[in-house]
Design a protein. Sequence first.
Length: 226
Amino acid sequence: MSELPETIANCMSIAQIYSTRTPETRPFLWRMIGVELQRFQGEAEIADMYSLQHSLQAIMQFIIMAITDQDAIALTWAPKLIETFHILCTRIRTLLNGECFTYFGETLPDATWEEWIFAETRRRIICVWFFMSRIISPAVTNSFMRAYPLHMLPLVSNKSLWEARSRQEWETERALQDACYPMTTFAELIEAKRRSNELFYKRRLETWDAGVDKMGMLINIATDLI
């Protein structure tokens, strides 16, 4: 069995400490998170795409911890969390030639399973950040989401495709999804909801709703609020 990436392993260790935190251990917990944030920033310019993505996943977990905790110590780390998130996003955009989290090559039919997982994970990261910046904390004024065009905000895949456990299963599920002419952006979903009385859009909505996982359910709620 391959070892977990360092960032993911560290995040899991921090999550274990978080789950058993006490008022006495909380300062230590956030010092550990602070060390990780400093490392992420220091390595941003030399990290590869996979390492950057692992760091973004960890930061999302830390942000959720801070929101859930609502402790004074945790909340003081909010600016550093957002700053680090922005630094890593900017670096990823540079590596993707200016695009934010998505690029055309990921939609090509010959994309490998590994490439697809990598891209789908980023799509889910950006969706979680969208929920946080627009729903949980709409007052966040420095969120890069303000500059993220709605037509580029991606939808996630259906549940069966995301949960495929083998390359063959993934290939089968992807062929089924592609055959249904799936929606790929928030803008398409919003348009389908607004025109759900028309047969074409009604069928697209039915296909989307039939395959959504919990992330998709949150997206449905979010698009209803836009």
